[in-house]
Design a binder for this molecule. Structure first.
Ligand SMILES: Cc1cc2nc3c(=O)[nH]c(=O)nc-3n(C[C@H](O)[C@H](O)[C@H](O)COP(=O)(O)O)c2cc1C
Length: 159
């Protein structure tokens, strides 16, 4: 099994897309595109996602102590592209942001936003599994942005 085949097989699992946001030591808003997000527990309210070990956001989240999970809508693929770049800061000036309880940069137009308190990172090979407790919620509306076989997709709803 080579890594290209594994990557291709992993891409057969359709997901939504989130942008995880926080602030760095200078207070600058930062974000990273993540499709490995999932809900974990209702009581307590826990979520998780997988982050590349070398990602600078790893330190920013631990230092700030909070992160936002912004679930993208079908018209926000440009935000997914933007936050998949290595430069993690100074990319939010033109994005409508909403007031956050914890001072996080969170997107006004997202389908849902979970404001999370960082709990712990677990080892996961070349990634870490980031665990957070949901402290605050915002619900938007619209259709989701999907990701399948390394391409954006839209939901075709059946009855
Ligand atoms: C649709 C999509 C989903 C992604 N999901 C993840 C993910 O779950 N975990 C991750 O570490 N990187 C993921 N990435 C890649 C990161 O967004 C990208 O590596 C990062 O922003 C680049 O910065 P870095 O150099 O700090 O990794 C994804 C990229 C895209 C386009």
């Amino acid at each position: 099994m080579d890594s290209a085949s594994l990557r291709r097989a992993f891409s057969r699992f359709a997901t939504g897309i989130t942008v995880i946001t926080t602030r760095n030591e200078e207070g600058t808003a930062c974000g990273v595109t993540i499709n490995s997000f999932s809900s974990l527990s209702l009581e307590p309210a826990l979520v998780q996602f997988n982050l590349r070990k070398e990602s600078t956001l790893r330190d920013f989240i631990e230092t700030h102590g909070f992160f936002g999970v912004n679930v993208l809508n079908a018209n926000q693929s440009h935000l997914s592209d933007r936050f998949a770049l290595s430069d993690k800061s100074a990319k939010m000036d033109d994005i409508p942001l909403r007031e956050s309880t914890f001072g996080l940069p969170i997107f006004s137009d997202a389908l849902a936003v979970y404001e999370c308190r960082w709990k712990k990172n677990y080892d996961g090979g070349d990634h870490v599994i980031v665990l957070g407790e949901v402290e605050n919620l915002h619900l938007g509306s619209g259709a989701p942005l999907l990701y399948y076989e390394s391409r954006y997709a839209r939901l075709e709803q059946t009855e």
